[in-house]
Write a protein that binds this ligand. Sequence first.
Ligand code: MG
Length: 368
Amino acid sequence: MKITRLTVYHVDLPLEHPYWLSGGRLKFETLDATFVKIETDEGVTGWGEGTPWGHTYVPAHGPGIRAGLQTMAPFILGLDPRRVLDVERAMDLALPGHLYAKSPVDMACWDIAGQAAGVPIADLMGGGSRTPRPIASSVGAKTVDETREVIARYRDRGYIAHSVKIGGDVARDIARIRDVEALRNPGDIILYDVNRGWTRAQALGVMSACEDLNVMFEQPCESLDDIAAIAGRHRSPVSVDESLVTLQDATRIARDGIAEVFGIKLNRVGGLTKAARMRDVALAHGIDMFVMATGGSVLADTEALHLAATIPDANCHAVWACQDMITVDIAGGRGPRNVDGHLHLPEAPGLGVHPDEAALGDPVAVYS
Ligand code: MG
């Protein structure tokens, strides 16, 4: 089987509500999505998606995905998409780094490989749990009252897992954490996501002020050096996501004891092939995981769900459904959707959901 054509689409995905990160430091209203269709000489077609969370969140750039595809396409055409490692090496040789530009191709290749084998991607990767995965909300808010409102809105849709975005004003962060904890339900999974918003001193200040609550913080400071520097000086469990980009990051975090949890973002780390290695490092070192797209449609959510299904149930805290935050549905309601706050693994071969091409508009590039 050979890759004969790559077709690239650019779609803007508007957010239902304006979204604030780091207590108002960053605002987001629309996501820049790239969809890739890979066709083969045997008639099997795969789909991939790359949707960074805006341009300011982390070094990942929507237009950069499309530029990267232009550079990599000549090296991808003609390869067997079922040999995902061959495709991965070809992309890494053609364009070092730029992992976010590679993940849509990796995703489409896994989709084709699953269809060719007649099994869902998770099963092809070695075994997919059918236990529904809790969906973590993404509570981008600024004040105590807004935080309550957003969590209530998600609870109405069945959500039990919440990622509350903090990292702005320290006093307000503490007030918001205490208010959310006062309203915590039994069984809730709550993560306080700082998104790099604190200095080391601010992180230690909030973490010590909230020590009695025993809550988990995500990415409290800018870098792994910062998070490592404060690791011995507080007692809160820590998840790392923005600073988890490469396999070397994963092994360093595991070896040096920098975090207890990985937040694996598929688009950010370069797709399923690279993310699966991080999963294995985590499992080997007693590190639990959140798995999510960096953003995007039901396609990106489904990719994350497949990886989550390859993690033992006890070690996978939650996934994310960015689809619930956007106003455009490019797959006409198909694919895994929120059912009482959980996503169920699709049983169809491959990814299990494809977009309506008419909803994507005209392609912006075709390589053949
Ligand atoms: Mg995060």
